[in-house]
Design a protein around this ligand. Structure first.
Ligand code: IPE
Ligand code: IPE
Ligand code: MG
Length: 247
């Protein structure tokens, strides 16, 4: 059945970022192990990508694994890594069919070699797709990203490729993992938690934040549209007055 969202197609966020949270609690509520929750998260991923691309969102970024998530029990970390490998392999055909260009941000070199290899393959196989750019945040931490950015900018200063007085916000933007993405317009977090958890701190400076109690494995196309509709009902003032915006 074709779902027809009452969405204003002239006011679509360019970049939507999602903190996909609640897999563990979803599984627990069913008396199952946390890994069962992760395994059942794929439908939500698929439907979000599909919904985003249907309404013309140009960039969708999914928080899949944080730098802090390495501190989880080894069994869970291993399961998440092998799920990543399997789903990347399985989804390649769908990415191609739907014009999805896959991208990754984070400490990719920290992932198991096998995961890095599959990821690199999917990124290169989908690089000419132009409908939507799907960025997977893997071993991602915003603070780590900022440290990495400062190091790279400092190197250029030391090598006389850049003057300190030339450093501005664009310099930072261009050295972040997200250099090729527009800033985040809408951030969605599932599972009822209302925090950022070290995700895209710089990039979300003016994002609209949307929190829903739905646990990630239950998140569907219509929930994605609910977030978009809520976004469209917000007035983004960027420091100006309401009168200035509506003029
Ligand atoms: C999100 O679900 C998936 C990852 C962080 C990898 P969680 O595993 O955090 O689920 P909860 O928050 O414990 O329910
Ligand atoms: C954030 O979720 C990371 C991902 C969704 C990948 P967490 O479940 O790890 O966040 P906290 O620990 O509750 O803040
Ligand atoms: Mg969680």
């Amino acid at each position: 059945m074709d779902k027809k969202p009452p969405i204003n197609l002239h006011n679509i966020p360019k970049h939507v970022a999602i903190i996909m949270d609640g897999n563990g609690r979803w599984a627990k509520s069913k008396g199952m192990s946390r890994v069962f929750g992760h395994k059942n998260a794929l439908t939500a991923v698929r439907q979000s990508v599909e919904a985003a691309s249907k309404i013309g969102v140009k960039a969708l970024t999914l928080y899949a694994f944080s730098t802090e998530n390495w501190n989880r029990p080894k069994l869970e970390v291993d399961a998440l890594m092998s799920l990543l490998i399997h789903s990347l392999k399985n989804e390649l055909e769908t990415f191609q069919k739907n014009g999805v260009c896959v991208n990754a941000i984070g400490g990719i070199e920290n992932l198991p070699i096998k995961a890095q290899k599959v990821l690199k393959g999917v990124i290169s196989d989908t690089q000419n797709n132009t409908r939507i750019i799907l960025t997977l945040a893997l071993s991602y931490g915003s603070r780590e990203e900022i440290v990495n950015t400062i190091k790279n900018i400092s190197k250029k200063v030391v090598n006389n490729e850049l003057l300190i007085k030339e450093i501005d916000e664009n310099t930072i933007n261009n050295h972040l993992y997200t250099f090729n993405l527009p800033e985040v317009d809408l951030m969605i977090r599932t599972s009822g938690e209302q925090r950022i958890s070290n995700f895209l701190l710089w990039q979300m400076a003016y994002a609209e934040l949307y929190f829903t109690d739905i646990l990630w494995p239950d998140f569907r196309e219509e929930h994605f549209y609910d977030a978009i509709i809520e976004y469209q009902n917000r007035e983004r003032r960027f420091g100006k007055t309401s009168e200035q915006i509506t003029e």
